[in-house]
Design a protein around this ligand. Sequence first.
Ligand code: DAK
Length: 257
Amino acid sequence: MNRIRSERRGSVELLTLDRPKALNALDRAALEALLDCCERLAADPSVRAVVLTGEGRAFAAGADIAEMRGLDAQQAESFSRLGHAAMDALESLAMPTIAAVNGYALGGGCELACACDWIYASETSRFGQPEVNLGLIPGFGGTGRLARRVGSAWAKELVLGGEPIDAKTALRIGLVNRIFAPDALLGSALDAAKKIAGKGPLAIATAKRVMVQGQDADVRTAHALEQAAFGVISAGAERAEGMDAFLEKREPSFENR
Ligand code: DAK
């Protein structure tokens, strides 16, 4: 019952949700597998970027409705805690994470994509928060993350209206960064990840951390975080190599610095 396939492609980790018969619906086993993957990645500095995608015609069609149907209040709370822990762990990874959304990203699937740093999507993908149609509300942090990404009015239309949107609309409202033909999606996401993997990992991790922490802070605190991090990174070997390489008109080498 391995819900997530992990493959190394050089310095890039490709994670594939692997339950295509249920459109990669997120059950307890899938969320536990995601949490395990994140714990492993957080402890492995050789992984410089992560791409998350889905097997088959969905990225993930939501939390597993069949499994959730049987939960009592205590079990539902525990399920929600697990979902939050998995999404938070993904969002907190030091390396950049790209969701390559190959089909449906609905409910918990859309929330999962929003826990990645950004989203690339297939032209045939569909996004939505249809929980109200089931008498539910988003349960994996979607209300907050979605509004941050697309603004409160679109987040409200998606969550309160419960209707899905197509890839072009998702692109227009800023939910996804780019859209690709279905057969070009994964390669493009992996290419972008590979490019990032060649850059300075400390600079990338620091910039990501400052942005993730800064979004929860007021703007003065966010700027103070940036200033402190700028000071720390300016004393490091990566900065010396990056600037030396520019001045010496050569490509920088950030390996083992
Ligand atoms: N859960 C379980 N199974 C699912 C599923 C899901 N979310 N989505 C699809 N499947 C299964 C279908 O039951 C079907 O299984 P079989 O009948 O073949 O055994 C198989 O995947 C193929 O689906 P369809 O036959 O329905 O395929 P179609 O192409 O006709 O339709 C569809 C595709 C994506 C439009 C449709 O499957 C669909 O509407 N799926 C449900 C989408 C949805 O409502 N997603 C939101 C789920 S609710 C919380 C924690 C979490 C959450 C809320 C609260 N707390 C603890 C507080 C999150 C909630 C959600 O995500």
